[in-house]
Design a protein around this ligand. Sequence first.
Ligand code: SF4
Length: 164
Amino acid sequence: EKINILVSACLLGLDCRYSGTGKYIAELEELKEEFQFIPVCPEQLGGLPTPRSPVEITEGRAVNKEGADCTEQFKKGAQEAGKLAGYFNCRVALLKANSPSCGFGRIYDGSFSGKLIEGNGITAELLHKKGLRIYSEKDLKDLKDLKDVKKLKDVKKLKDLKDQ
Ligand code: SF4
């Protein structure tokens, strides 16, 4: 049986990024036999248009390049992604690195200068709190090692979605 994995839709080639393009990762084809991809774009699910002004996180708020606060849309998108994770019982997510929604561990610093700082995107943070194990396109090798489902056993059980 395949492992359900929530995936940032742009990594599958959907043109959902702020620029109106995708970020297709061809290596994902190799994982299709083991993983069932569940594509999700939290920023679109939160109601933002495509293309859209780029956003970075500043002091916990999601603010676009023009200075407009998009935090509510980002939170909504994170919740919707969380619903999908629950519905499909995903214990793993493959999320685009550095994004203010999907980035895990490192995100842009809010200055729109390409500088990275420690931190999590708003969706990545929510999914992590739910107990999903988060990977990015930069650690596909580790994800490949997960083909052995038994290795997933130490992942915390997903909290009941009603808790959110
Ligand atoms: Fe990709 Fe996530 Fe950004 Fe959507 S919100 S374009 S899935 S990185």
